[in-house]
Write a protein that binds this ligand. Structure first.
Ligand code: SF4
Length: 375
């Protein structure tokens, strides 16, 4: 059913300190890194030859840049030992600006990493402090400049908007500062506060409020307009690239039902009609592996109808939209006849347009893409 090239995701579950808005799984006990790496290499061995060759490897987290160049190289050596990589595989490292210096960057380039995604979040000191980031504006600027100087020609920056008290002008100023460095890729995320995070708890206690729907919509539209005017392609809800060749090859796999294998605590995997995810707890993850088992917490089998709806909503997160022919071939479903009422409704409220055999999200459709499936 799925002939797309798979991608490999590796979750590095460590951070030096925990940002108070973050809901990702990570621990601050960095002394456990060697034990984690042993577990990770065993997990790779269990999956050996179980996936077709990958054309992307993404080291995310957590904070992968906390690892030493030697530890990162060990990861790539084990990846190559256990799996086949297609020539010119996109290999991305997520990095905290505070960790980037010339020797580190030169080492990781030399070992084959060809894309770096830096968690800048903001160029405003006050916002960086509110978000509990461990880097300063100065370190953010230096990280981008040093990455460029070291030879990275595929740099992505992560930025956050919708922070309490942040006005649109202050956000556009941050975007303008990012553009000074002509990054190949920008991810602009709206701040979301899960209830159980420290900032989520403070918000519930009434210490501050976050922008309401109307203001969030304005942030979204202004971001899209500002970056498109600067020549960036708004190719997915939160993602912008300075050309088609700079779309994140790895992230696209999540939106087009390509298979992917996720290794490490809490990592998710997907293939054909199955999705599975690893134990979130580091101890449980290691215990499973040490017992010779896959550290899988749960597996979900999707029905054909679930796959179809998911493919539709994921496709409508992207500018390229959904090809009716491709959809028919992959999911044995003629959207025009089988989802006629749903499409008519989405078109009527202005969230999609249908032309040339494709369904495209409108700007308004992209703005509410996270809740499209609830309509
Ligand atoms: S550095 Fe990233 S993964 Fe770590 S706590 Fe902060 S936001 Fe979460």
């Amino acid at each position: 059913m799925n002939s797309k090239t798979p991608g490999l995701y590796i979750h590095i579950p460590f951070c030096l300190s925990k940002c108070p808005y973050c809901d990702f799984y990570s621990a601050t006990s960095i002394s456990a890194i060697p034990a984690f790496l042993n577990g990770l290499f065993s997990e790779m061995e269990i999956y050996r030859h179980r996936f077709d060759p990958f054309d992307t490897v993404y080291l995310g987290g957590g904070t992968p840049s906390l690892l030493s160049p030697e530890q990162l190289e060990d990861i790539l050596i084990n990846v190559r030992k256990n799996f086949d990589l297609i020539p010119n595989t996109e290999i991305t490292l997520e990095a905290n600006p505070a960790d980037l210096n010339p020797p580190f960057l030169e080492s990781i380039l030399e070992m084959g990493m060809n894309r770096i995604n830096i968690g800048i979040q903001s160029f405003d000191e006050k916002i960086l402090r509110f978000l509990g980031r461990r880097h300063s504006k100065k370190q953010a600027i230096s990280a981008i400049e040093t990455s460029r100087k070291a030879g990275f020609n595929n740099i992505g920056l992560d930025l956050i908007y919708g922070v309490p008290d942040q006005g649109i002008m202050s956000w556009l100023d941050t975007l303008g500062q990012a553009l000074v460095f002509s990054p190949e890729h920008l991810s602009c995320y709206q701040l979301t506060l899960e209830a159980e995070t420290p900032l989520g708890i403070r918000r519930q206690a009434g210490e501050f409020s976050v922008p309401g729907d109307e203001l969030q919509y304005e942030f979204f539209m202004k971001t899209s307009g500002f970056l498109e005017e600067a020549g960036y392609i708004h190719y997915e809800v939160s993602n912008f690239a300075r050309g088609i060749e700079h779309f994140s090859r790895h992230n696209q796999k999540y939106w087009d039902h390509s298979p992917y294998l996720g290794l490490g605590p809490s990592a998710h995997s997907f293939r054909a009609n199955q999705r599975w995810w690893n134990h979130r707890s580091f101890d449980q993850y290691l215990a499973s592996i040490n017992a010779g088992n896959l550290p899988v917490q749960e597996t979900e089998t999707l029905t054909i109808e679930q796959l179809r709806l998911e493919a539709l909503y994921l496709g409508l997160r992207t500018k390229k939209g959904v090809s009716l022919d491709d959809f028919k071939n992959q999911y044995a479903c003629d959207l025009f006849t089988e989802k006629k009422e749903l499409l008519a409704k989405l078109e009527e409220v202005g969230f999609i347009s249908i032309r040339g055999g494709f369904l495209y999200p409108t700007q308004n459709g992209l703005a509410i893409a996270d809740s499209l499936s609830l309509i």
